[in-house]
Design a protein around this ligand. Structure first.
Ligand code: ADP
Length: 439
């Protein structure tokens, strides 16, 4: 029998016997027994009330001596309290160590609750994103005021990181969002200032070299012209050499122009000088350019254009569309058909150049927009290609939130389509248009 229970029973027996003895002295042993039991019950109530009082403030009150089963209950409660205290300390230590580890990381980490409210941020978040511990409880979009971040958070598509530039100066930070739990999000911000600087230096270097090459090329071209005019008519060998030199100098000129165009697209901010572009008019111009390029090869060039307008940078769009038209002419045999299409609906706008040319095997399609990627290098060079045309197209489309889709069947032809989002297309008739201006 547990000692506590034994103590309780002995106490009851003691009071019972005492009551019987006292009652017997008066000739009423049962009444004495009943009175003793009542007294024992009263004492028990008092002990229970002391126990209840202690339980209520047991963290600061000393442990009372109540004896019997109540002492055993107190010991149990005390042991459970100590175990839960140790557990709490363990969790707090773990949390501190996690916090220290998160702060030792070079990346910023921020936990957002529903509605993008900051729940927790590590120390690098202060350096990279300008968030400090006082910002817990505030909405992140009120502290990092960048429309791109708000749009990114709302869109919910976090497959590609978002690059924050001006809003977290002097840093450039690539932000990756990882959703977790019911509706929480973990933001990881990586400092890419150094990579961006290197990338800028590379772009500027290419631009500078291309620019520097322009002058010597112009001088060479000038001398070649003079030589061509002065060589004796009979010297066909020299004339052949000069024609070859002329071709190569022209090719270098096209390369320099394309490299400069690409680096301009890479180094200037997007969305500048945007206006409502009349694509139908642009298509008519492109048809003339294509006709001139085709010349004696007599391609059949047709245009079908909706009266919808495209919001964008006209120069950039013209350059991208011209590259597609050039490619179609260069890769389509004489007499082939080339169609320019401009369509717009609720899904957005699509500019397509279709040809009945040589086509492209499917395994080349994913790489066509890479710089200097050619399906057939010899043929590309012979037809005046630089290997940069589709890279320029891809870069222009990226600056217009658009994408390029390519369908092609070898031997039958190709279809290059620039797909623009609905936000960039206005389906008003051209005649009801206000004068073009910056949007
Ligand atoms: P290039 O100056 O060599 O044409 P691009 O970047 O414009 O460079 O195109 C890359 C490659 O894609 C080309 O070399 C060519 O092989 C292929 N290509 C592009 N447009 C067409 C087309 N309309 N038909 C067939 N092949 C094409």
């Amino acid at each position: 029998m547990p000692p506590g229970l034994r103590q309780e029973l002995s106490r009851l027996v003691f009071w019972g016997l005492l009551g019987i003895a006292a009652g017997a002295a008066e000739g009423r042993p049962f009444a004495g027994f009943a009175a003793a039991l009542l007294f024992a019950a009263l004492l028990q109530i008092l002990r229970l009330s002391r126990l209840t009082r202690w339980l209520g403030r047991r963290t600061e009150a000393p442990i009372p001596e109540l004896g019997g089963l109540l002492d055993e209950a107190i010991r149990e409660v005390h042991a459970t309290d100590r175990a839960s205290e140790r557990h709490k300390e363990h969790i707090a230590g773990l949390f501190e160590r996690l916090q220290a580890a998160a702060s030792a990381m070079p990346d910023a980490m921020v936990v957002l609750s529903q509605r993008h409210v900051i729940e927790w941020a590590n120390a690098p978040a202060e350096r990279l994103l300008g968030l400090n511990p006082r910002d817990v409880g505030s909405r992140i979009v009120h502290l990092i005021r960048d429309p791109a971040l708000s749009a990114y958070l709302e869109a919910g598509d976090y497959r590609e990181p978002l690059v924050l530039k001006g809003s977290v100066e002097p840093h450039v930070v690539a932000v990756q969002i990882i959703p977790f739990g019911a509706s929480q999000r973990l933001i990881i911000g990586r400092d890419i200032t150094h990579f961006t600087k290197l990338e800028d230096m590379r772009s500027h270097f290419v631009a500078d070299v291309s620019h520097e090459l322009r002058t010597p090329l112009t001088v060479l071209r000038g001398f070649l012209e003079t030589f061509k005019d002065t060589i004796p008519g009979a010297d066909t060998e020299l004339a052949g050499h000069l024609a070859l030199m002329d071709d190569q100098v022209a090719r270098m000129g096209r390369l320099v122009d394309d490299l400069l165009a690409l680096s301009r697209l890479e180094t200037t901010p997007a969305h500048r000088h945007e206006e409502r572009v009349d694509v139908a008019r642009l298509c008519a111009n492109l048809q003339n350019v294509a006709g001139a390029l085709s010349g004696e090869r007599a391609h059949r060039i047709t245009v079908e254009a909706a009266p919808a307008l495209l919001i964008g940078n006209e120069e950039e769009l013209r350059s991208a569309f011209t590259n597609l038209v050039h490619n179609a002419i260069r890769h389509t045999p004489p007499g082939g058909a080339i169609r320019l299409l401009w369509r717009a609906d609720a899904q957005g706008g699509r500019f397509t150049v279709e040809d009945t040319g040589e086509g492209i095997p499917a395994h080349h399609l994913p790489f066509l927009t890479e710089r200097f990627y050619r399906v057939d290098s010899g043929r590309s060079r012979a037809s005046g290609g630089t290997g940069l045309g589709l890279s320029i197209v891809a870069q222009v489309l990226m600056r217009h939130n658009a994408r390029l889709t390519i369908d092609s069947v070898p031997g039958q032809g190709s279809r290059f389509t620039c797909v623009f989002p609905p936000s960039r297309v206005t389906v008003r008739a051209v005649s009801s248009l206000p004068p073009a201006g910056t949007v």
